[in-house]
Design a protein around this ligand. Structure first.
Ligand SMILES: Cc1cc2nc3c(=O)[nH]c(=O)nc-3n(C[C@H](O)[C@H](O)[C@H](O)COP(=O)(O)OP(=O)(O)OC[C@H]3O[C@@H](n4cnc5c(N)ncnc54)[C@H](O)[C@@H]3O)c2cc1C
Length: 451
């Protein structure tokens, strides 16, 4: 294959992994990022989650380049949700089967490891290079750097510059580029639960803790230093519970005392963190086409989603996996064809994932604490245990498999319909152990065929 020069805008999680993939294919790769070198920076760019959940699709994409075993020791397995009610009682709800876990990992360390790996393989990183503009005909790139504007030939250009992508903005100024974006009414703020005085975790470490409260929620993910990073999701404004109502220490403590009673004593820095940390917004972005000539958008730049399914990074990593497969299956230098094929097959899948992420927000804050929801999940587990390939819960398809998102969405909707019927039985709470499971599967099959 002719090794044309390639440029990646953005050395975040997706850009760094993509640099590794390209180096393994033998391409010369330059990565440009607006931030300073993270190996020297004490903190990552503020405002976004400090830790995140890595699951099957992400791990599969890391394994492809031999990194899964390097990454997993940095992560903490979470085998289920630990749901905290308003009285402080907890209930553990497994995510899948006994050995199935999602992994809590520090964004900063993970990003650093990926960019170091890419550098080690020969990718060149240019930090403090803020991408400003592109000439789509010549692929000339212009960057703002500490020494002024710099121009360079980009060759083939990948825009992995995140949800507020400057490459996407440049594409937007071209004809026939579609874009929709939606900020949701909720924002989020990061808080923390430090280790106990004896150094132990303050709560069980192998779970994603969640305090669902209808229109808002708090979650906590474990860190290797035995602390938890918490995220409070709350409407920005409004008469009910909202960030705008929490204007002083008194209102804040009262709010936590009412809704997160068991978490409050574990959060000695609450007031300081709440009034110091930013309140960040959440956006969903859909755009098309992702490709323009010799340039292509990847990761959040092409499909930023709200974080409620923990799939933003995982889906971006899967972009790398799929694009790599498209390159391997193509003739040398057919970049425009490769990009066309990639965007056509990938876009319906990421669209489905963006929709699921939005829907899961409602599930997480409203339903997980509802006994009927818990029962529904139990029945689905029964079905999955009895017929592991014929009934797979939606969460399992998304999180523990690489079934295309679009197909997971389709099957999930059919199963939801069948489960709605099962749950409509007024005596379901008493009868659920005697359910005709085979009959339920027949219904699912019939519904599937009728579509
Ligand atoms: C609260 C929250 C929790 C989340 N939790 C999860 C989770 O549990 N699991 C999961 O899979 N996903 C999660 N996500 C989503 C995940 O953070 C993103 O999908 C992921 O970071 C996308 O990676 P990226 O490399 O595409 O973009 P980014 O991580 O945004 O990286 C973009 C990079 O581009 C650089 N850049 C930006 N503009 C320019 C420019 N003009 N020039 C040069 N460089 C530029 C930036 O400095 C950055 O390094 C979460 C998101 C949020 C907000």
């Amino acid at each position: 294959m002719n090794k044309e020069s390639l440029s990646i805008l953005g050395g975040g999680l997706i850009g760094s992994l993509w640099a590794i993939y390209l180096r393994k294919l033998g391409y010369p790769v330059q990565v440009f990022d607006k931030r300073p070198d993270t190996s020297q920076a004490k903190e990552i760019e503020g405002g976004r989650s400090i830790n995140m959940a890595l699951s099957f699709r992400g791990l599969k994409s890391l394994e492809k380049v031999g990194l899964k075993d390097k990454i997993l020791p940095l992560a903490i397995p979470m085998y289920g949700r630990e749901v905290h009610d308003e009285k402080g009682s907890t209930q553990f709800m497994p995510y899948g089967q006994a050995n199935q876990a999602i992994y809590s990992i520090s964004r900063g360390k993970f990003n650093l490891l990926l960019s170091e790996e890419a550098s080690h393989l020969g990718a060149t990183f240019h930090f403090r290079h803020k991408f400003k503009s592109i000439d789509f005909t010549s692929s000339q790139l212009t960057f703002e750097t500490p020494t002024g504007l710099q121009k360079t030939e980009g060759g083939i250009v990948f825009g992995a510059d995140g949800a507020y992508s400057a490459l996407r903005l440049a594409m937007q100024k071209q004809a026939r580029f579609n874009l929709t974006q939606e900020y949701i009414s909720h924002g989020y703020k990061e808080l923390s639960i430090p280790p106990l005085a004896n150094g132990d975790f303050a709560m069980s470490p192998n779970a994603l803790h969640i305090w669902p409260r209808g229109s808002f929620m708090l979650i906590a993910l474990p860190n290797p230093d035995h602390s938890f990073t918490c995220t409070l999701f709350l409407p920005f404004e409004g008469e009910g519970q909202s960030f705008s109502q929490l204007h002083d220490e008194k209102s804040l403590l009262q709010f936590f005392q009412t809704y997160f009673k068991d978490a409050l004593p574990l959060m000695p820095q609450l007031t300081l963190e709440f009034f110091t940390n930013p309140t960040s917004s959440l956006i969903n972005i859909s755009c098309y086409p992702w490709a323009k000539g010799k340039s292509l958008l990847l990761g959040d730049a092409s499909h930023a989603m709200v974080p409620f399914y923990g799939q933003g990074m995982n889906s971006g990593f899967e972009d790398c996996f799929e694009l790599h497969a498209a390159i391997e299956g193509a003739k040398p230098d057919q970049w425009e064809l490769i990009f066309q094929e990639f965007q056509q097959t990938r876009k319906p899948n990421t669209d489905a994932m963006c929709t699921l992420a939005m829907e899961n927000f409602v599930e997480m804050r409203n339903h997980v604490a509802d006994p009927r929801f818990v029962l529904r999940k139990k029945i689905e587990s029964l079905l999955h245990e009895a017929y592991p390939t014929r009934w797979v819960p939606l969460y399992t398809m998304v999180t523990f498999s690489d079934l295309p998102y679009q197909e997971a969405y389709r099957r999930g909707k059919l199963q939801e319909k069948v489960m709605d019927e099962v749950m409509a039985d007024p005596l379901i709470a008493q009868n659920w152990k005697q359910l005709d499971l085979e009959g339920i599967l027949t219904k699912l099959q019939q519904l599937d065929r009728s579509r």
